[in-house]
Design a protein around this ligand. Structure first.
Ligand code: MN
Length: 738
């Protein structure tokens, strides 16, 4: 610490003391404390000349990450030390060997993992998908790597305000795309929720603000409602002698935002803005009985919705979540979700895996579950030869999936993601069974392979040796195990076909007196622009390749040489980007400023998938064939584009004044009354000076739904229009559709 100024020292020591306080229960011996101090001193020394974007000494970041690890994820001394050291190898002169000599093998392995991931997630690298795969490959080594990485990301998200706007968007997208699902899968609910909320705050500041304000404003009403709702329950619970706490938990901003978007409802129309949570302080052996006892009390007072009972105590979810959920009708006519769980279950729900280590009984059970999850993932990664983006989709499917519980003919329980089919079940049992599957019996009735299973189904698989995997199967299976397996088998088949192509090529070579060598074949692949030999041979076998072109590149001595400028894929892409930008350069754009102010103004088109108008938050995306397209940052395609093709994303903002008009679509619904059409048309044409492009209204039994296409200047103009439409008698909802 000797190299720091007095004022820096003060800041750093304050943060460090905070870490010590937070990690108190994990430091059981003086050695633990000494070990953490050693890591702190070492890291402080290594980072001494560095500062964060916010201006604080850099070491405050590792300290904050270590604190999150222990305080919010529940990790112990090793993780605290490794979190303190997490950026040393990447950002300073410290080497992995240094870490091993000074701290040990275990620390070296963890830091190594963290550095690799970090390299993989470098902001300048382009291929996020491949990097993600690399990250998953480190999973089996030590899960702590992932926990620390999540803590690191959480702290970076909390301090994202000091980054540049375009970096904020990219980091926020990446967080939604990868980190939040990962936190969810590891059962870190609190971390997941905060990551999502923070990402939304940076991606869509206005929507975030609006929901937060409404949540704050409705807090009092909510509190009053909850206290009325629970008062009869309390009386009864007190009689039982059970110890408990009751909380009314509002949903996260992000989940409300999603609901508004997906279900097309307003904030006011969301009935389950919060859940009532009853947390019991039970002895381990009484947990289940106590929870059901509380359930019985609740349903004595309120009528439960039979479709919404979830018993995750008897069958916990595969991320370890245990709880009993029921949705009941309150006296005011609103459905209310009530969650019943014990303190232990609650801590596991919030802190996940790490909390399990505190509770010996369930530790083993959970480790088994976790191991089997890790194994599934490892299988997936190792056997996967398919496109990496495909892989990510398959993988994400697995991260977010809701689960169903089904039974084998012997009554053995299997957990599958929601929407699984009979064929998924077959692959879940065994790859061979899946590949040979011709049908299934569900609850003794014959069903097709694509049959959608529901919880409680008993499934028997029928196989035949004549069966082989079909491409069409990929249209309905949902588990990554089935997908990978099918793709693998199809690939095998492709291999056999491509063997025939290889023979054709060999014959062609000998006719031209060219040697059949790896070198010559790879020259040929370059010329025909194929990535793999397998693909190339396959296309030859199918007769899709014009082999006569080979003549053009034959060089003496039986060797082929194809000349083309080489260079790494990434560099190629970057030049492509620059070329495209310069080819558009010179023309003046009308309403959008792209990139840094220094960048030459270039042409763009407004993307049709989200049709942004001035006032919307936007970014530019460089397409291969159509130049730069402008998307809204909340465009459904944006998250994927931004996190997978970051190098093609350009900062974009609207010029302040423009006379141009932009096309928008507004959907509205309402109850039919006389003259609605008239009030609508006169409103939009006369009072607002808006050009209508089209107006369609469908009426059905008094209820109508319509779409208005119009030209507006910007979001202010549009909002004005929408507000006035809402004012028309009979119109109930008005919503922008693009
Ligand atoms: Mn870091």
């Amino acid at each position: 610490m000797k190299d720091y100024s007095e004022s820096d020292k003060k800041i750093i020591l304050k943060a460090y003391r905070g870490l010590l306080r937070a990690s108190k229960k994990f430091r059981t011996t003086p050695e633990d404390t000494a070990y953490i101090r050693k890591a702190f001193n070492y890291s402080a020394d290594a980072h001494k000349s560095m500062r964060r974007k916010s201006g604080e000494p850099y070491i405050t970041h590792p300290i904050a990450v270590a604190r999150i690890c222990t305080e919010e994820i529940g990790l112990g001394a090793t993780s605290i030390a490794c979190a303190l050291l997490h950026d040393t190898v990447e950002d300073t002169d410290v080497t992995l060997e240094d870490i091993e000599t000074i701290f040990g093998r275990r620390e070296k392995r963890i830091i190594d993992g963290l550095t690799k991931i970090s390299g993989a997630f470098d902001l300048t690298t382009s291929d996020q998908a491949e990097n993600f795969r690399k990250m998953i490959l480190t999973l089996p080594d030590d899960v702590r790597v992932i926990f620390i990485k999540l803590a690191d990301r959480l702290h970076n998200m909390r301090t994202l305000g000091s980054m540049r706007k375009d970096k904020q968007l990219k980091i926020a997208s990446e967080t939604l795309f990868l980190y939040a699902p990962l936190a969810h899968r590891l059962g870190l609910n609190a971390v997941k929720t905060e990551l999502e909320d923070l990402a939304l705050k940076f991606k869509e500041p206005e929507a975030y603000e609006e929901i937060s304000i409404k949540l704050r404003k409705s807090q009092e009403i909510r509190a009053r409602f909850i206290s009325q709702f629970i008062s009869p329950l309390k009386k009864e619970l007190d009689k039982t002698g059970l110890e408990y706490t009751i909380k009314g938990r509002p949903k996260s901003v992000y989940s409300i935002y999603n609901k508004i978007k997906k279900k097309k409802v307003t904030f006011e129309e969301i009935y389950d803005l919060f859940a009532v949570r009853i947390i019991l302080h039970s002895k381990p052996e009484d947990e289940k009985t106590d929870c059901w006892r509380v359930y019985s009390i609740i349903t004595d007072f309120y009528r439960p919705n039979p479709d919404r009972l979830r018993d995750w105590i008897t069958s916990p979810r595969s991320n370890g979540y245990e709880s009993l959920h029921t949705t009941v009708m309150s006296p005011t006519g609103k459905w209310v979700e009530v969650q019943v769980r014990t303190e232990r279950m609650d801590e596991i729900a919030e802190k996940g895996m790490a909390a399990h280590w505190k509770y010996k009984d369930s530790k083993k059970k959970l480790e088994n579950k976790f191991d089997s999850w890790i194994n599934k993932i490892r299988d997936l990664v190792e056997n996967n030869e398919t496109d990496t983006l495909d892989f990510i989709d398959d993988f994400k499917l697995n991260l977010y999936a809701e689960e169903i519980y089904v039974f084998t003919p012997n009554g053995e329980l299997r957990t599958l993601p929601k929407d699984s089919t009979a064929l998924d079940f077959a692959f879940e049992i065994h790859g061979d069974i899946g590949r040979k599957c011709i049908g299934a019996k569900v609850n003794h009735k014959l069903v097709p392979l694509s049959y959608n299973l529901t919880s409680g189904d008993q499934v028997e698989i029928i196989t035949s040796n004549k069966q082989s995997p079909k491409e069409a199967w990929l249209d309905f299976v949902v588990t990554s195990k089935a997908r990978t397996n099918i793709k693998q088998s199809l690939k095998e088949e492709q291999k056999q076909i491509s063997e025939m192509g290889k023979e054709t090529l060999k014959r062609k070579f000998s006719a031209l007196k060219v040697n059949y060598t790896d070198k010559n074949v790879s020259e040929l692949l370059k010329m025909y622009e194929f990535k793999t030999q397998l693909d190339f041979n396959f296309q030859i076998a199918k007769g899709k390749i014009d082999l006569s072109k080979i003549k053009n590149i034959v060089v003496k001595g039986g060797n082929l040489k194809f000349e083309k400028t080489k260079g790494k894929e990434k560099e190629r892409k970057m030049t492509e980007v620059r070329e495209i930008i310069s080819s558009f350069g010179g023309k003046s754009s009308e309403s959008i400023i792209l990139g840094d102010d220094s960048l030459k103004q270039v042409d763009y088109t407004i993307s049709r998938c989200c049709s942004p108008i001035p006032g919307d938050e936007v970014f530019g995306f460089l397409t291969i064939n159509e130049g730069i397209k402008i998307h809204r940052t909340n465009c459904p395609n944006a998250v994927q584009l931004m996190s997978n093709y970051a190098y093609r994303v350009l900062k974009a903002k609207w010029k302040s004044q423009t006379d141009k008009e932009f096309s928008v679509g507004v959907e509205f619904t309402g109850i039919d009354g006389m003259g609605i059409l008239h009030s609508l048309t006169s409103l939009v044409t006369s009072s607002l000076n808006i050009n209508i492009k089209s107006l369609n209204i469908d009426s059905d039994d008094g209820y109508f739904k319509g779409e208005l296409k119009a030209l507006v200047h910007d979001t202010v103009h549009l909002e004005d229009l929408m507000r006035k439409m809402e004012g028309i008698e009979g119109i109930k909802t008005v919503e922008r559709v693009y």
